[in-house]
Design a binder for this molecule. Sequence first.
Ligand SMILES: Cc1cc2nc3c(=O)[nH]c(=O)nc-3n(C[C@H](O)[C@H](O)[C@H](O)COP(=O)(O)OP(=O)(O)OC[C@H]3O[C@@H](n4cnc5c(N)ncnc54)[C@H](O)[C@@H]3O)c2cc1C
Length: 283
Amino acid sequence: MTTSDKKLTISFEFFPTKTEEGAKKLDQTAIELSKCQPEFFSVTYGAGGSTRDRTLDTVLSVRNCTDIPTAPHLSCVGDSKARLKSLLEQYRSLGINRIIALRGDLPSGMGRSNGELQYANELVEFIRAETGDHFHLEVAAYPEAHPQAQNFEADLVHFKRKVDAGASSAITQYFFNADSYFNFVDRARGLGIDLPIIPGIMPITNYTRLARFSDACGAEIPRWVRKQLEAYGDDINSIKQFGEEVVTRMCERLVEQGVPGLHFYALNQAAPSKAICQNLKLF
Ligand SMILES: Cc1cc2nc3c(=O)[nH]c(=O)nc-3n(C[C@H](O)[C@H](O)[C@H](O)COP(=O)(O)OP(=O)(O)OC[C@H]3O[C@@H](n4cnc5c(N)ncnc54)[C@H](O)[C@@H]3O)c2cc1C
C-alpha cells in the first residue's frame, strides 16, 4: 500500500468548558464536527492540573454525545507522579485509550520544580511504565522549533527522546508554511523516526488572537498573510474568508504529499474547521 492509499485521519481539538452553557455549545460543536467522521476528538489540559476535572468532564460529555473516541491531553509540569498515576487509572477505567502527552507550560512565576517530571519524554516513559501499551500516546512536534529550544537540531534530538520513550504518533504545532513541515519530517526520518507525524492545522478566524498566540508558541505567520489580515482591520468576514483560502490551500499541498492526517485546533468552533474539510472533500 502506498501512502496515498491510506485513509487520511482527521481529528479536532477542544478546550475544557467553564460553564454549563459552554458545555452545551461544545456538545453541539462536536455533533457538527462528527459529520466529518473524525478518528478522535481531544481536549486540552491546563498545566499543573488546573483543568484536571474540567478536562475529564469535557472528554466524557463530548464522547457521550457523539460516540467519537475522545482523548484527554495530559501535561506533566507541576503535577506529582502520584496525581498523574491516579488520573491514568481513572482514564483507563473509563475506557479512554488515547492521551496527548505533553510537558505543558506553567504560568510565568511558577517554577517547574514543583513537578516531578520535567519534560514530555519523562511523562511518556512514566505512562508506559505504569500502563504498558494501554494508551496510544501522541506527542508534540515543532516544525518551526519549540520557542525555548536551544536550536532546531537540539529540538529534534529531544523529539526523538519522546519517540524512543514510547510515543505512538505525533501532532505538530500549527504552521502556515507547508515546507517547514516537510523539512521537519525529512529531518526526523533521517534520525530514524518513523512514527506518523500529523500536521496541526489552525483555522484563521481572528487576527489579534492569532498574532498573540503565534508569538507565544513560535509559529510564524508569513508576512504576506499578516499584512493582508492587518489590512482587513475589523472586517471579520474578510478575515475568515481569506483565512479559509490560505489554510485550505496549504492543506491541499499537505494532502497531495500524503500526510497521514490533519489535526484541527478547532478552538470549540465547528464552522471554520468543517469548511476546510469540506473544501478538501474529506467527507
Ligand atoms: C498538539 C499540541 C497540543 C498541546 N496541548 C497542550 C495542552 O493541552 N496543555 C498545555 O499546557 N500545553 C499544550 N501544548 C503546548 C505544550 O505544552 C508546550 O508547547 C510546551 O512548552 C512544550 O510541551 P512539549 O510536550 O512539546 O515539551 P517537551 O517535549 O518536553 O519540550 C519542551 C522544551 O524542552 C526541550 N527539551 C525536551 N526534552 C528535553 C530534555 N530531556 N532535556 C532538555 N531539554 C529538553 C525541547 O527542545 C523544548 O524546547 C500543546 C502543544 C501541541 C503541539
